[in-house]
Design a protein around this ligand. Structure first.
Ligand SMILES: Nc1nc2c(c(=O)[nH]1)N[C@H]1C(S)=C(S)[C@@H](COP(=O)(O)OP(=O)(O)OC[C@H]3O[C@@H](n4cnc5c(=O)[nH]c(N)nc54)[C@H](O)[C@@H]3O)O[C@H]1N2
Ligand SMILES: Nc1nc2c(c(=O)[nH]1)N[C@H]1C(S)=C(S)[C@@H](COP(=O)(O)OP(=O)(O)OC[C@H]3O[C@@H](n4cnc5c(=O)[nH]c(N)nc54)[C@H](O)[C@@H]3O)O[C@H]1N2
Ligand SMILES: [Mo]
Length: 704
């Protein structure tokens, strides 16, 4: 689209939960957004956007945007509402919350995650409100906590390489990550390295879009990364591919790891991982002898029981080889720890408003069980009210039949701040219309690069939409909260967010919309990890020496279950969705078609399944329907034998039978970080035609 002289271009930031956190240029013509593009000056955005966010205007002006407050008239979950005025809605919500809080404010639960990663519209004014109220705290673990806490245990912080310098690496391991789908700007950097002669290796059970484009794909079984890493350590030690000087000065406790790794021969690991021992030997040699070598680790590999331990093991590899000496060597999982954060969050979120109270904490992963729990001394009060913002738990939380049962409780008072009538909003007593990133102020820290970011509103709020911060400000007034912080405007909070943050050039941030943190090019070239000793830790206090832990649901841990449900299911994101966001954008849903299950030809043949068949995926927790995509006979498929890939995360109501893959996942937590184990899940699959014939004959038998 060509610009006309009357156009204005507004500097903004992509709000989504993605490592790339792009700088946006939003073109506005006569009060309407006509284009959302990448900022060409921003060093990692480089003027390009992913397909989804380049459609941000389509999402914003979607005909089904919720633009007035809505009050429920149907049953819970039915999604029938009538419009209400803001005053009516807020007065009623405040009265309900006040009545519950008078008994025990902990019976009120905020539930929020990463619909926006903004510091203001995320846990800004909302956190002030909850802290003052004394509501239950939420443990926000649903995405990254296993890997995040593992990184902190090993390096002392969520810190890593600069994404830009992967371009100079000679060997890149893309481990548990599908950047062509989920962080395309990293992929562009990896391609630069590839063109300059680097080798790219993808370690992923699925032959993802990324795996296909790498030189080598190692399709290990889900949840076996720890075993692979131990065998790599074994080989590095065995062959002396170690930087002894680096280890001596900057790594603590290698001996204990060496003792454990001695038992992990490539043969032993190969049997666990379902790959060839020779592949492990070669990988170890290449990793041990190529300089500089870099690892792009991502969150896909930590969504299993042993995810935290596996991250710790992988994070130690560049410490053993001294890869950190070079700016194009080392590892990147999350870089959010480069922000000091503490003073910033204290100002934005005001935990001091708790005034000595210590409310209980609810883990967002177990919301399904917790909504159905009665009051007890161990649990505390039954949850009487939930206020959801920036999240769609009915679709994204594990074991979703249980989550839906919880949200269907008639005695639960539910408020959902949303853009759309999601599966969760369908269960609300009130839905409150929220602004999008194009309509409100915000400031953003990041986790995949080292720039602080600002978001200016490009247009006025559509309809009666209000920002999350404005809603909590108004609720605070109705609750009689008089602290001056409840009067801070969104703009003041966004512009002030980084004032207290060490090293952020706030003047440049306000002028340009982004500013680089002062992080050294090769941050650990001479050690200096943010642990108390400055060394990377093998034996982290409270965690012991890292080890391989088999999945909860695996032949090793639960042989009987594995006999009944012999296929491991992972559910990584579909390319055109962002978790459950964008599923309702027509052009993007059309690109995905319908829920898909990728299967290997051998597993499909054993079940008389061919491409295009409707299949039922099931386990003891429930079942869901998907269209089978079979491949692999000629090495062309996405699924490896024994593993099926159910791409997520569909809205349940767009699924064929009102469910999605989370019908099958469970609420057990990872070893470290209290996180979900979405990809640690056994299932069986059958043709839905066969399933419905069986169901028909069963129901026939009943009625006869
Ligand atoms: N298009 C798109 N982009 C996204 C998202 C999205 O939903 N859609 N989500 C965003 C969010 S919230 C996040 S957290 C990031 C996630 O970004 P990444 O952490 O890069 O995660 P994914 O793209 O989910 O890729 C995970 C890969 O891990 C693989 N995997 C699954 N189990 C295992 C295992 O046990 N071991 C190994 N080695 N690999 C495994 C999957 O097959 C998948 O290809 O992406 C963000 N970007
Ligand atoms: N099976 C399976 N389940 C998964 C995953 C998986 O890979 N497999 N991925 C997991 C991961 S990594 C994550 S991070 C979680 C993500 O879970 P969520 O954080 O719940 O993410 P979304 O599904 O994108 O839902 C975010 C919602 O916030 C709304 N929203 C966006 N901006 C705003 C705003 O400014 N104000 C308000 N009020 N609302 C807003 C959007 O409309 C959207 O409905 O899902 C997890 N669930
Ligand atoms: Mo995530």
């Amino acid at each position: 689209m060509s610009a006309t002289p009357a156009d204005t271009v507004v500097q903004a930031t992509c709000p989504h939960d993605c490592p790339d956190t792009c700088a946006l240029h939003v073109t506005v013509r006569e009060g309407r957004v006509v284009r959302v593009a990448g900022d060409p000056e921003h060093p990692t955005t480089h003027g390009t956007l992913c397909t989804k966010v380049s459609r941000y205007a389509e999402r914003t002006y979607h005909a089904q945007r919720v633009l007035t407050p809505l009050k429920r008239v149907g049953r819970k979950g039915e999604g029938r509402f009538e419009p209400a005025s803001w005053d009516q809605a807020l007065d009623d919500i405040a009265a309900r919350l006040r009545a519950i809080a008078a008994r025990d404010p902990q019976a009120i639960l905020p539930y929020s995650y990463a619909g926006t990663m903004g510091l203001v519209q995320g846990e800004g004014m909302a956190a002030r409100f909850w802290h003052k109220l004394g509501a239950s705290l939420l443990d926000r673990t649903i995405c990254s906590n296993a890997g995040g806490e593992a990184l902190i245990a090993t390096y002392g912080g969520k810190v890593g390489m600069h994404v830009e310098f992967f371009a100079e690496s000679r060997l890149i391991l893309i481990w548990g990550s599908n950047p062509i789908t989920s962080s395309v700007h990293f992929w562009n950097v990896a391609l630069q390295a590839k063109r300059a002669g680097a080798k790219l290796v993808c370690i992923d059970p699925r032959c993802s879009e990324t795996a296909q484009k790498c030189h080598q794909h190692i399709a290990l079984l889900p949840g076996t990364d720890g075993a692979l890493a131990l065998a790599l350590v074994h080989e590095l030690i065995e062959h002396g591919w170690l930087d002894r000087d680096y280890i001596e000065h900057h790594v603590e406790g290698l001996d204990t790891l060496a003792a454990r790794a001695r038992e992990w021969t490539p043969e032993r690991a190969a049997a666990v991982c379902g790959i060839e021992a020779e592949v492990i030997r070669t990988l170890a040699r290449e990793y041990g002898t190529t300089k500089p070598a870099a690892i792009r680790l991502n969150y896909g590999m930590q969504r299993v029981r042993g995810g935290g331990n596996a991250v710790r093991l992988v994070a130690l590899l560049p410490c053993l080889t001294g890869a950190w000496r070079h700016r194009a060597g080392g590892l990147l999982l999350s870089a959010s720890g480069w922000f000091a954060g503490r003073k910033r969050d204290a100002w934005l979120q005001r935990p001091d408003l708790l005034a000595g109270r210590r409310p209980r904490t609810i883990n967002m992963v177990t919301i399904g069980d917790d909504l159905l729990r009665a009051s007890s001394p161990a649990f505390g009060p039954k949850i009487e009210a939930v206020v959801v913002y920036n999240s769609n738990p009915v679709a994204v939380a594990p074991e979703s039949a249980q989550v839906a049962r919880g949200f269907a409780r008639e005695d639960l008072f539910t408020v959902v701040l949303e853009h759309f009538l999601t599966d969760t909003a369908d269960h609300a007593d009130y839905v409150l219309p929220a602004t999008t990133q194009l309509e409100h102020w915000d400031a953003h820290g990041t986790y995949g690069h080292v720039y602080a970011m600002l978001n200016r509103p490009a247009i006025a709020p559509l309809g009666q939409a209000r920002s999350n911060a404005e809603v909590f400000r108004q609720l605070a007034a109705r609750m009689g909260f008089t602290e001056p912080c409840f009067a801070d405007s969104d703009e003041a909070m966004a512009l002030g967010a980084f004032d207290a943050e060490r090293g952020v050039n706030v003047a440049e941030l306000v002028r340009k919309g982004w500013t680089r943190l002062p992080v050294a090019d090769a941050p650990f070239a001479r050690g200096g990890f943010p642990t108390s000793s400055g060394k990377a830790l093998v034996d982290a206090p409270g965690f012991g020496v890292p080890d391989y832990l088999p999945n909860y649901e695996s032949r090793q841990s639960s042989p009987e279950l594995a006999r009944r449900y012999p296929l491991a299911m992972i559910s990584p994101p579909a390319r055109n969705f962002l978790n459950s966001s964008f599923v309702n954008v027509p052009s993007l849903r059309a690109a995905e078609g319908e829920p898909v299950l990728e299967m290997h030809a051998d597993d499909a043949a054993a079940r008389c399944i061919t491409t295009g068949d409707l299949v039922r995926i099931f386990n003891d927790r429930g079942s869901t329907l998907a269209r089978a995509e079979v491949g692999g006979a000629a090495g062309d498929g996405r699924a490896r034998p024994g593993v099926v890939n159910g791409l997520g995360v569909w809205w349940r109501k767009f699924g064929r039978d009102g469910t999605n893959v989370n019908q099958l996942t469970h609420q057990r937590l990872t070893d470290i970080g209290r996180a979900p184990a979405f990809y640690d899940c056994l299932v069986e699959v059958e043709r839905a035609a066969a399933a419905s014939a069986a169901a028909a004959s069963a129901s026939g038998a009943v009625s006869a």
